[in-house]
Design a protein. Structure first.
Lengths: 551, 424
């Protein structure tokens, strides 16, 4: 997403650092220097009915630091058990890692039983990793009574602590965590951090913008030292995709807003970013746990007949965002946000209809958002946060599907033409919380048909509207939210100010998304409060407000 | 109500007996039965099954506010939220699928309208002889059960004919739509239950569907009329349920509630007419017949049989290029038999077919195309055969009604088995 104004402001400012409670403080020492062979934690991901991907990173020697290219090749053992005491080990093995893969370990533990909780751990030398808990997906033909997924996005290290992850880890009732991207941010210290002044809550490593493979590896490694992030990875399998900041802001297939000629060749930068992602994330790229065999992150996961999930990649194949002087080209049919192959893949999955709920992991918003004329006081910050260009009132955020309306029209028409029901787009990116119905024709909504619902999780830490205006939360933003909802009647809920996470509870009867708001991002012990919930009854494609948290 | 017997139509008296009963609307409900069948209520608490088709109802129209009775039944019973109609998504073939449990390539009924090659004309499949597969109605009769049909539409009454033990001939019929209003249909249903108490009654409530078909003015009044029809039909369902409860029948009752298809609306500018495109092709001109089925057209090659493969390819090429056409299919790919012709064309959502001319189909509400596949589908009732308060993830279809009814009565599968699955 576009953060140019913020970026410029931050670049000009000194890299102030906020301590807990928002007080200015000296930068804390990065925790990645902490000791231990498994200092970057453990993780699991992409659960299948009979397999789960297991991840860790081992630090075998003091010089085997992320991105260093140093250190020996070593063997790492792994075990999967049905009990936390590892008395009933059902799978185990050993794999070799080394500096060529930044000492990361990825194991596809197979032969597991569907819908079953497992415990896993790694061993190196005489060291044993912390124990992780994971869970396989239900059998394809089974009918689970309930699934519960967390939905998160936009976790910027420099903007604060990942308390959202801590609160999610403490729940104990999640089947998976869905991360819609911007898991790491590429910026150098102080370029994009906390609030109007870009105060740095905790500095990035490396301190400069990540560009090289070593940079990306170090940055991923740093994020993996966060205790809240480690706790959530250890507690639940994650299903992730990337958005732009895993490479650079406003990435598209041939470049990025935050990629300059003096930063080298874009294709090289993109490739090294993908390499680091593959190494450091519990994800199967191109369907495997192997490295270097492909970088396709869009994929499909099945959760019995209750839900299927298609995770999208809306950065690797997209055309360049239209210029601010050429917004009329947003609907050019030659332009794409998905690429033809991925769009066909998505349509095939949606048409399959072997599950009640068709979930789409959708990194950027698909609902049309027509921005009304705004007061100048808020117009600039709204433009910064959402990417509306220019800030004084042109209609669309061209970094979202709004900038690629031919692809959206094709997909929306497909959903309508084929009578696809119960489609939900699960979205991040926009640092705000939304619940929208997806109309075939927004101009005649609500008289026209809706083909799905979009639920958008807010940012874990990345700035949103009140951070940019400097207003107290839930004050000046309220008028903006009301204006947007008035101009876009399919938008049922919008919170431009809050940070936190969402929890999606899926039953055959209905889906409910609950939004939880965390307190000050700069507070390492930030609290979490239920904010609101919105429900979708099966067969309806309509949103209704919930009266309380889903049980 | 006390049933009386009589012979209102002298010509049929030799083959049928008749029952007259007073309806709630003050009219007289006339039921007919096969000769020799007693017109008296049977006693006992054996399971009664009522298949209620809310014709043309969309799944998103079953809500607590709009259709409180249907909503309550769905919530208390066994709900299949991922249910679909089957090709062609029209009334007659889906009612036939419900009562046979098999697809059109086995029943001979693929659509409402077909081109009858023998007669050389497009006609509705509204004759009892058009249906070639034994229905659960007939098979139940053979097993000693008594069945009833209360079908609001003239053509449904036609194709199911005299199969049921007891029949109601829809009346009064609304001009243009040829269907009886739901209030009268429900009167007939209640009268039949009270008077002869069949083990199975197959009922079609046509109002929701017919609002879409009968409003020729476009979309200005459509939503209001549709909402009124939904509320009204829901009231009738509620009235029937209350009657079952009031008469002590509820605990023995299983209701299978579903739609045969849903509904899509189009404006007059979104009309697909295939005839001009076909006539513009030198191979096809004058050699293709079109049986129009709302959102689906069935296309029949009438030229030289030897040219059929080339003609089918040409038809698909020509039709596929017409604006508003979604897709073309071979009938075999959709499990439609030879009655469906050589090519099936679907239109896109928000469009309709109108052949042979653009003014031939002025109806804004149509079905037959894939957007009209999603349907409500649930089991309800007080019988312990119904799983209370369950929501099931399986994809249910109209063709599943036959095996569901069959299982409820312990009926063996028909020769060759069912194409559907019991949803009990």
């Amino acid at each position: 997403m576009i953060e140019r104004r913020t970026f410029l402001a931050g670049s000009a400012a000194a890299a102030a650092v906020l301590g807990p409670g928002g007080a200015l403080a000296q930068p804390a020492a990065a925790t990645s220097t902490s000791a231990g062979a498994f200092r970057h934690g453990i993780a699991s991901g992409d659960p299948l009915p009979d397999a789960v991907l297991l991840w860790t990173r081992v630090t075998p020697t003091a010089d085997s630091l992320p991105g260093s290219g140093c250190g020996p090749r070593v063997a790492v053992g792994w075990q999967v058990a049905t009990d936390p005491g590892f008395r009933l080990v059902v799978a185990h093995g050993s794999t070799v890692t080394g500096p060529e893969r930044d000492h990361t370990v990825k194991v596809d533990a197979k032969g597991l039983t569907p819908a079953t909780a497992y415990y896993y751990r790694f061993t190196f030398d005489r060291t044993t990793s912390p124990v992780g808990r994971t869970r396989t997906a239900p059998a394809p033909t089974s009918s689970p009574d309930r699934l519960r997924f967390a939905l998160v996005s936009c976790s910027n290290w420099e903007a604060g602590y990942f308390s959202a992850y801590r609160h999610l880890a403490a729940r104990g009732d999640l089947d998976a965590v869905l991360h819609m991207g911007d898991y790491v941010y590429e910026y150098g210290t102080g370029q994009y951090a906390y609030g109007q002044s870009n105060a740095v809550v905790r500095p990035h490593e490396p301190a400069h913008e990540m560009v090289t493979l070593a940079d990306y590896r170090q940055r991923h490694a740093q994020y993996k030292t966060d205790p809240d992030l480690q706790a959530l990875h250890a507690a639940v399998p994650w299903i992730t995709t990337w958005d732009d900041h895993e490479t650079a802001n406003d990435a598209w297939s041939g470049g990025a807003e935050n990629h300059q000629p003096d930063e080298g060749d874009w294709a090289t930068r993109k490739a090294v970013a993908r390499t680091a992602y593959d190494e450091w994330m519990p994800v199967r790229l191109s369907g495997t746990s192997a490295l270097g065999d492909g970088v396709q992150v869009y994929r499909h996961l099945q959760f019995g007949r209750l839900a299927d999930l298609t995770m999208l990649d809306l950065r690797s194949y997209r055309s360049q965002q239209v210029a601010t002087t050429d917004l009329g080209s947003a609907g050019d049919s030659a332009r794409t946000i998905t690429g033809a192959a991925q769009l066909q893949f998505l349509k095939d999955r949606l048409a399959d209809n072997d599950a009640v709920w068709k979930l789409v992991g959708n990194p950027v918003m698909i609902s049309p958002v027509l921005f009304p004329p705004l007061d100048q006081y808020v117009a600039g910050p709204v433009a910064d946060m959402t990417g509306v260009l220019p800030p004084d009132g042109v209609a669309y955020n061209v970094d979202q599907w709004d900038g690629y309306t031919a692809d959206r029209r094709e997909l929306v028409d497909f959903l309508a033409d084929r009578g696809v029901t119960n489609t939900l787009f699960l979205t991040g990116d926009i640092h705000s919380a939304w619940a929208c119905e997806l109309p075939v024709d927004p101009g005649t909504y609500p008289l026209s048909r809706t083909v799905g619902v979009e639920l958008v999780a807010t940012s874990v830490t990345s700035n949103n509207l009140d951070d940019l205006t400097g207003s107290p939360p839930r004050t000046t933003s309220l008028a903006v939210e009301d204006a947007i909802k008035a101009s876009n009647r399919h938008v049922k809920y919008l919170d431009f100010d809050s940070h936190g996470y969402s929890v999606l509870t899926i039953t055959p009867r209905e889906i409910q998304m609950d939004w939880y708001v965390t307190s000050d991002r700069a507070d390492q012990a930030a609290t979490s409060t239920w904010s609101t919930g919105w429900r979708v009854a099966a067969g309806s494609s309509k949103l209704t407000a919930a009266t309380g948290e889903a049980r | 109500m006390t049933p009386t017997t009589g012979m209102p139509h002298g010509g049929a008296a030799s083959r049928r007996t008749f029952l007259r009963a007073a309806g709630a609307l003050g009219g007289v409900v006339v039921l007919s039965a096969a000769a020799g069948v007693p017109l008296a209520a049977a006693a006992g608490a054996r399971t009664r099954v009522y298949v209620l088709v809310t014709d043309g109802c969309r799944p998103d129209e079953v809500t607590a506010d709009l259709t409180p009775n249907l909503y309550a039944l769905r919530r208390a019973g066994t709900w299949y939220p991922n249910a679909r109609s089957l090709p062609v998504m029209e009334t007659i073939p889906n009612h036939v699928m419900m009562m046979t449990g098999v697809r059109p390539d086995r029943s001979g009924v693929p659509a409402n309208a077909v081109f009858d090659r023998l007669e050389g004309a497009v006609r509705d499949l509204d004759r009892a002889t058009d249906l070639r597969f034994p229905t659960v109605i007939e098979r139940l009769n053979a097993a000693g059960y008594r069945t009833g049909t209360v079908l609001s539409k003239k053509y449904l009454h036609g194709i199911f004919g005299t199969r049921a033990t007891y029949r109601w001939e829809p009346a009064p019929l609304v001009p243009v739509t040829n269907h009886a209003p739901d209030a009268f249909t429900t009167d007939a249903l209640i009268s039949m239950v009270d008077s002869v108490d069949p083990d199975l009654v197959f009922t079609n409530l046509g109002d929701i569907d017919r609002v879409g078909h009968s409003d020729l003015t476009g979309s200005t009044t459509l939503e209001v009329a549709r909402t009124a029809a939904l509320a009204s039909t829901d009231q009738q369902v509620g009235r029937f349920v209350q009657h079952l409860k009031d008469t002590g029948r509820w605990e023995a009752s299983v209701l299978v509630v579903l739609a045969d298809h849903s509904m899509d609306w189009s404006v007059p500018t979104r009309v697909v007419s295939l005839a001009p495109a076909l006539d513009a092709d030198p191979l096809l001109t004058g050699r293709v017949q079109i049986a129009q089925n709302g959102g689906a057209d069935l296309l029949y090659w009438t030229g030289n049989a030897a040219d059929r493969p080339a003609a089918v390819t040409r038809i698909r090429g020509v039709v596929g290029g017409v604006t508003g056409v979604l897709s073309t299919h071979l009938p075999t790919d959709l499990r439609l038999g030879p009655e469906a012709g050589d090519v099936v064309a679907y239109c896109k959502a928000g469009w309709r077919f109108s052949d042979p001319a653009v003014w031939s189909n002025p109806i804004p509400g149509n079905h037959g195309h894939p957007v009209t596949e999603p349907i409500p589908f649930f089991l309800a009732g007080g019988s312990r055969r119904v799983a209370f308060g369950e929501v099931r993830t399986d994809v249910a279809h109209t063709v599943d009604v036959g095996p569901t009814v069959g299982e409820l009565f312990g009926l063996p599968a028909p020769s060759g088995g069912y194409d559907g699955t019991s949803r009990l």
